[in-house]
Design a protein around this ligand. Structure first.
Ligand code: PHE
Length: 340
């Protein structure tokens, strides 16, 4: 009899399963009402007295082992089940992280800076709140000069008559005052003019101005540099320079890029002329060089300046400048690009 119990004990010890049904079948076989243990306990009566003690102990051990085995296997299975049902699926792909986009004005500024950096221009910046000297006087706008009306100014209430800069030429004055030629720099930045806000103009916008000063800098150098820019930025090969006026350059010009008249869009953006007006430029007036401490007999230079918004609008087909300031994400997210 006792051998039978020991054989069952072996079976119990050797049993293993991760199936709930198999474990349940095992439990019923050993611990169920009509199971092995019930039958063995029934046999207990017929065991000879001298064997009763050992048999009883063996039976109890079998019962305990069977119970422990069932509990242990169920616990194992239970812990697996709970990790499944917690909703953790480690193979699932992650949620996409929303990426921002660069503002069209930033894209254009970045590209222009990059184009000029290839020919040795560095970037200079300066304050947005300027004094009269750097924004006007050093640039040949004497007090009461009517040319000041070209750029309606926001004044800051202060004793020293500070103003929001109306162009980044103020930065160039600072660069000339603080450095020695050769100077090759561009100054991108935000400028402010007291103008009515409309689809075509805003009281805040951005400019990039360039300045090149060295010995023997000529108008031909200016023209070549602008042609290089027109090719690199617009992919166009023809420019023209029309006479113009700025107080700080002499002679002064406006540069147009030949766009062509092939499509309806060409006609629309060039107003039927084929030419697109891009920037103002000229040879730095010798008096401006002197104002900034540069000997105008030894050095000459050229300068140019353009509005970034206008170029961005043209490039991306944006018809209202105000869209560039509203920061509506539905507009901005169209400028997502993986490489910028
Ligand atoms: N500062 C001028 C403007 O704001 C642009 C310009 C810069 C023109 C340099 C000529 C030379 O309109």
């Amino acid at each position: 009899m006792i051998e039978k119990v020991q054989a069952y004990l072996k079976e119990v010890d050797g049993f293993s399963s991760n199936s709930l049904e198999e474990i349940e079948a095992f439990r019923i076989k050993f611990l169920g009402k009509k199971g092995v243990l019930t039958a063995l306990f029934a046999d207990f009566k017929s065991v000879p007295n001298e064997e009763k003690k050992a048999f009883g102990q063996a039976l109890n051990q079998l019962k305990q082992s069977a119970q422990e085995k069932v509990d242990a296997l169920k616990a194992e299975l239970g812990s697996d089940e709970s990790s499944k049902s917690s909703g953790l699926d480690l193979s699932r792909p992650g949620y996409p992280l929303p990426l921002g986009s660069r503002h069209p004005v930033s894209l254009v500024r970045k590209e222009i800076v990059e184009i000029f950096s290839r020919i040795g221009f560095t970037v200079s910046t300066g304050p947005e709140i300027e004094d009269d000297w750097h924004n006007f006087t050093a640039l040949n706008f004497p007090p009461e000069h009517p040319a000041r009306d070209m750029q309606d100014t926001f004044f800051v209430e202060s004793e020293d008559e500070m103003a929001l800069r109306t162009h980044t030429s103020s930065v160039q004055v600072r660069v000339m005052e603080n450095g020695k030629p050769p100077i090759r720099t561009i100054s991108p930045g935000r400028v402010f003019r007291n103008e009515a806000i409309s689809a075509r103009s805003h009281c805040i916008f951005h400019q990039i101005e360039g300045l090149y000063i060295d010995k023997n800098v000529s108008f031909a150098d200016l023209k070549e540099t602008l042609l290089y820019f027109a090719k690199a930025f617009f992919g166009k090969t023809k420019i023209r320079l029309r006479p113009s006026y700025f107080p700080f350059t002499e002679p002064s010009a406006e540069m147009d890029v030949y766009w062509g008249l092939e499509t309806e869009v060409d006609k629309r953006i060039t107003k039927g002329t084929g030419w697109l007006e891009v920037l103002g430029c000229g040879m730095v007036d010798p008096q401006v060089l002197e104002n900034c401490g540069i000997d105008s007999k030894e050095y000459s230079g050229f300068a140019f300046g353009m509005g970034i918004e206008r170029i961005a609008m043209q490039r991306y087909g944006i018809t209202d400048i105000r869209m560039l300031f509203e920061n509506d994400v539905r507009m901005l997210e169209q400028f997502k690009s993986p490489w910028s």
